[in-house]
Design a protein around this ligand. Structure first.
Ligand code: COA
Length: 381
């Protein structure tokens, strides 16, 4: 058997949702550079990922109305969120459990026909920002804020988080960040969602599984650790070079750097870097941007390491006033759009994902009943 560690370079399925071609990221054939430069809304991108075409005006109206109609959380879910604030849980674990709970209260939770999956997709996409904002407020003793019907997805999230309408510039920044994170080929969490969907499991199981994958520091969980690192450098005694050298000498990974697919440049980075610069200047938090640039430069020249999507997004989220332990949830709020598209695509593909492994453990073992085991030199044989 040839072993492909980490499935690196292995193509396991076809997709029409997104692609990485010559270091460019495309959603259903549209280059993200164009989507970002033209200020395409996150809602349009969600529609694109689910329908594989851009919406016409009327389709877009219907779609955004459907999303808005699905934003509200029931009192039971709010109560469950409140209960979870009493535990010492990571907010990604709260999100994972709450998605599971949405399944508990959905009478059609076990149904997996296309129509039900589409309805559930709208509900999950719409409710995740409300869950994040409500949890963020409840844990500091504030009441959740009801979603608004008259503003965009990004504006609504920032409004529910703070209780104030964000400036158009902040809303545009939030929107751009959501667009950039929406989908990304067969990344670990999307693969997880597709593996789960390939067994014909329900949508809540697929999304909770994907959230679990995204949470890890080698995937979406990197962004909050990037900010921890920046704070550590800023508050510490060491120069950027000394700090990074020591980290690398300990053979620790620098969060927000390196990528399985991109080896020269992550196409999302330039947009997030520009956004970080703009937001840092406007909010008077330039030190995080300047420090990030120093880290990027040092790692590039000494190790040839490149920043990935999580590096500058840490500064972007910080400047948007988001707590560091919510960074990965913002990623999830966007990436769920891709997961949902992939879950439908996988269901239509109708093929169980089930690779093999090479057994390397002991062979020819002979069973000994427990009461017949003999102890030799302190070792059971
Ligand atoms: N910090 C330090 N060294 C790194 C590194 C990082 N962030 N990313 C890669 N490297 C080094 C590896 O140690 C390896 O060195 P070696 O050849 O001397 O052993 C070399 O670069 C190749 O990296 P490799 O581990 O083979 O890449 P991968 O494709 O398996 O891993 C990641 C990709 C993303 C898991 C890895 O880059 C990483 O752990 N990054 C930090 C976490 C992160 O930001 N995750 C978000 C990804 S979008």
């Amino acid at each position: 058997m040839k072993i492909y560690k980490g499935l690196a370079g292995v193509v396991v399925s076809e997709t029409q949702i997104s692609s990485i071609v010559d270091n460019q990221l495309l959603f259903a054939g549209y280059n993200i550079d164009e989507l970002v430069t033209k200020g395409v809304s996150f809602e349009e991108v969600v529609y694109l990922l689910w329908h594989l075409k851009m919406p016409m005006e009327e389709e877009f109206q219907i779609f955004t109305t459907q999303l808005k109609e699905n934003c509200e959380l029931s009192d039971t879910i709010i109560t469950c969120l409140k209960i979870q604030t009493r535990q010492n849980l990571h907010p990604m674990s709260v999100l994972r459990s709450t998605i599971s709970l949405l399944g508990v209260f959905d009478p059609k939770a076990e149904e997996i026909d296309s129509e039900t999956i589409y309805e559930q997709s709208l509900s999950l996409q719409a409710k995740i920002p409300t869950i994040i904002a409500a949890y963020s407020r409840l844990r500091v003793g504030l009441d959740p804020i009801s979603p608004r019907m008259d503003i965009s997805f990004s504006a609504n999230f920032l409004y529910m988080l703070t209780g104030e309408e964000a400036s158009p510039m902040m809303v545009a920044a939030m929107n751009e960040s959501l667009v950039l994170h929406a989908d990304h080929d067969l990344n670990a969490s999307t693969f997880t969602a597709r593996v789960c969907a390939s067994t014909l499991s329900d949508i809540y199981s697929c999304i909770t599984a994907a959230i679990g994958s995204l949470k890890g520091p080698l995937h979406g969980g990197a962004n909050e650790r990037v900010f921890d690192m920046l704070v550590e450098i800023e508050n510490g005694e060491l120069s950027v070079a000394e700090y990074l050298d020591q980290k690398l000498d300990r053979r620790e990974k620098v969060m927000g750097f390196g990528h399985r697919v991109y080896k020269t440049e992550d196409p999302r980075k330039k947009h997030l870097k520009a956004l970080a610069k703009k937001l840092a200047t406007i909010t008077g938090k330039e030190q995080w941007y300047i420090l990030s640039c120093e880290v990027e430069e040092y790692l590039k020249t000494t190790k040839g390491l490149i920043p990935n999507v999580d590096f500058y997004s840490a500064t972007v989220y910080h400047c948007l006033g988001i707590n560091r332990d919510l960074f990965t949830l913002i990623f999830a709020m966007s990436r769920v759009s891709g997961w949902l598209g992939h879950i439908s695509e996988q269901k239509n593909e109708d093929c169980l994902i089930r690779p093999r492994s090479q057994y390397v453990g002991p062979k020819n073992q002979v069973y000994q009943p427990i009461n017949n085991q003999v102890v030799v030199g302190g070792v059971d044989i």
